[in-house]
Design a protein around this ligand. Structure first.
Ligand code: SAH
Length: 396
């Protein structure tokens, strides 16, 4: 096995169990390693720190599989790590009865670059690192054995694969395409999941807890759901007894999936729901100009700042939509606002929303500060920005 020798002092983050080794931390590679091969991580003083996957074309030059110096990385290793990840979720009370579940959350489950979402007996696997790519068969074998799933579809098409020198890859790795569309129940609300063409692996599982919170808050309220995608928040609002729900999205395919989702839930009175193809930035202005008011506004936009370099422009975009959302709120109205921008941490996000409320001349109080769902664990020593952040505010 080749050895990755670290520069002096650069062992510190590895000793803190951060799994990424950047190119600038690497002194040299002793021996030969191909993309995805396991290398031994060695500090400048000769201490062996663990084993990692080598990724020659990425700035993240290696991702640590194990911090144990003598851990063999083989099929059995993946079997154990996957069993541990599944056991972690089995104990979480908020996941009971959920048919859509993140089963493997990459670095946070000790499996860098490996995402697996389960939609009933259909699993969707997304591999984004050189190491994950190398161990695809072991991962699939362990998942099939541990879950007894009917099929595994690979959706390794995220842009960040290119940074690891990997081509996009999609297709069935186990079983066949289902005869009928994949449908899950999220606390009793049925949603179709397009695993082949939908965003990410087909569904935004990280927003589950927040959708369920909306369901609890929605009763009797006029709800405006911005960036609705296939209607996840909208349907939970209806299930919670919202007086009306206006949903906005600029994507025609997303909206085309939303109406059938509502039809899958005949108990939800469809007459309360209105869907509108619109750009949220201009539609919020138009609604304000028309003097419209809502009792609850949801803002769940796409990533405006993928990295800190985009933070300033993104901050302006967040400010804009939050400002207009505040203007549209009735007295006592609630704003549920989210960001999944890597370049913007929760502190900055809170400042942006506070500034927006001030400019809208509303007095707002934060009633909750939220993050991703329980099946999306976060390593303590990981860039906080990478994950979903949210605030729930109430105006006076
Ligand atoms: N809240 C959703 C996920 C939202 S994803 C859920 O829980 O499932 C972000 C959505 O924003 C996508 O559907 C995308 O089509 C939409 N979008 C992106 N830019 C937009 C814009 N300027 N106006 C309206 N919708 C936009």
């Amino acid at each position: 096995m080749a050895q990755l020798i670290l520069k002096p002092g650069r062992e510190r983050s590895v000793l803190r169990r951060h799994p990424w080794i950047f190119d600038g931390a690497v002194e040299r590679l002793v021996g030969r390693a191909k993309s995805g091969d396991t290398v031994e991580v060695v500090a400048d003083d000769g201490r062996i720190l663990g084993r990692a996957a080598w990724s020659p074309s990425s700035r993240i030059r290696a991702r640590v599989w194990s911090f144990a110096p003598d851990q063999t990385i083989d099929d059995a290793f993946f079997k154990r790590r996957i069993a541990q990840a599944l056991a972690r979720r089995a104990d979480l009370p908020e996941l009971a009865g959920q048919e859509g579940l993140r089963l493997l959350h990459a670095e946070s489950d000790g499996l860098p670059g490996v995402i697996c979402d389960g939609y009933g007996d259909t699993l969707v696997l997304a591999l984004s690192s050189a190491g994950a790519e190398k161990w695809r068969d072991a991962i699939v074998g362990a998942l099939v054995k541990a879950t007894g799933c009917a099929r595994i579809y690979e959706r390794s098409d995220a842009d960040l694969r290119a940074l690891e020198g990997l081509m996009p890859r999609c297709g069935y790795l186990h079983g066949e395409a289902p005869a009928v569309p994949v449908v899950i129940s999220e606390s009793g609300v049925r949603m179709e999941v397009d695993i082949v063409a939908g965003h990410k692996t087909g569904f935004y599982l990280d927003q589950r807890d927040n959708r369920l919170l909306l369901r609890q808050l929605a009763h009797g309220r006029r709800v405006l759901n911005c960036f609705c995608y296939t209607g996840g928040f909208s349907l939970q609002a209806l299930a919670g007894g919202a007086a009306s729900v206006l949903s906005l999205d600029s994507s025609v395919p997303a909206l085309a999936a939303a109406a059938p989702n509502l039809a899958l839930n005949p108990e939800l009175a469809a007459g309360r729901a209105l869907w509108r193809e619109a750009d949220v930035f201009s539609e919020l202005r138009a609604l304000a100009l028309a003097g419209e008011q809502f009792d609850l506004v949801v803002l769940d936009p796409p990533k405006f700042a993928p990295s800190p370099a985009h933070a300033e422009r993104a901050a302006r975009a967040y400010k804009d939509i939050n400002l207009y959302a505040c203007k549209l709120l009735s007295p006592g109205g609630i704003l549920m606002t989210y960001s999944c921008s890597g370049g913007i941490g929760i502190e900055l996000f809170q400042k942006i929303v506070a500034g927006a409320a001030q400019d809208a001349k509303v007095e707002a109080r934060m009633v909750r500060r939220l993050s991703a769902a329980a099946d999306h664990p976060v390593l303590l020593d990981f860039p906080e920005g990478e994950y979903l952040k949210g605030l729930v505010c109430q105006v006076a």
